[in-house]
Design a protein around this ligand. Structure first.
Ligand SMILES: [Fe+2]
Ligand SMILES: [Fe+2]
Length: 277
């Protein structure tokens, strides 16, 4: 589905019902979580994913101060988007506790407190830079958003496949449906913004090519980010899901022809981690 205007994209998004409704969450078989085995090697992966979901709030606060976040259409989307990401984090956290890995009541406060100082300084600088470039930076924000949503979705798919835990699978499938709607919003707005300006195309490509890192890196320690990526995308055919479902879809965006950055970066992390192990 392609859209002519950002307003059309928002109208489409607002028509999408939430997947993770009260009914959906009420029907999750929490009491069955312990009936199935859950490999402990996925615990740090779930913690990482939970934290990244929870930190969306912080990212949203930062974005609201930039020209992108002040765009009435994007800010309307972001309000719902950020609250959906919170739900994802909470569901993953509940799963961990039900599986016997207690996380403590104040985990959200702790996650925010642990965000590295580097991230805070770096983001302040990025904030200044984006305000300087103004609206032309929106295309870059939206492209980053699309890449993050797509790679997160693939991460969840891999986790579902590798962990093979029926209750977790049910939760992840619900989360994935919401991530897919987020992807569609970001990608569609990115396409519209990129089409409108050759400068935006050049700037976005330059920034993605030189500065893109997997979602959560910067805010979370590199070790945790690398472990998550290597666990999910390592092993035989591990990178296929990125090569087939992320890179080609990014390459379809105006100005992004032939860009292999996402596959390259994830592949590089996977092979480095394999060497360490
Ligand atoms: Fe999410
Ligand atoms: Fe998302």
């Amino acid at each position: 589905m392609t859209f002519e205007t950002k307003k059309d994209v928002l109208d489409w998004y607002e028509k999408q019902p939430r997947t993770l409704t009260k009914e959906f969450m009420g029907a999750i078989a929490w009491n069955e979580v312990k009936n199935y085995s859950f490999d402990e090697k996925f615990v740090p992966v779930l913690l990482y994913m939970r934290d990244v979901e929870a930190l969306t709030d912080m990212y949203y606060d930062e974005l609201r101060r930039t020209p992108t976040g002040k765009d009435p259409i994007i800010s309307k989307f972001m309000e719902r988007w950020s609250s959906e990401e919170q739900t994802h984090g909470e569901l993953l956290n509940r799963f961990l506790n039900e599986a016997g890995f207690e996380t403590g009541e104040k985990w959200q406060t702790q996650v925010r407190r642990d965000v590295s100082r580097f991230y805070t300084v770096n983001n302040y600088l990025i904030g200044c830079l984006t305000n300087l470039i103004g609206k032309k930076f929106t295309a870059t924000h939206m492209t980053f958003g699309a890449i993050h949503e797509m790679s997160t979705t693939q991460g969840y798919r891999r986790l579902e496949e590798l962990a093979g835990h029926p209750v977790l699978s049910e939760i992840l499938r619900g989360i994935i449906r919401e991530e897919s709607a987020h992807t569609h919003f970001y990608r569609s707005v990115a396409r519209i913004e990129l089409q409108n300006s050759e400068f935006a195309q050049k700037l976005s490509r330059f920034i993605v090519k030189n500065f893109w890192t997997p979602v959560g890196s910067g805010a979370k320690p590199k070790k945790e980010s690398d472990y998550t990526i290597a666990t999910l995308f390592g092993g035989e055919n591990g990178l296929d899901s990125i090569d087939k479902n992320v890179s080609p879809r990014i390459q379809c965006l105006p100005g992004f022809e032939g860009l292999t950055k996402i596959s390259d970066k994830i592949g590089q992390i996977v092979s480095q981690q394999t060497l360490i192990v």
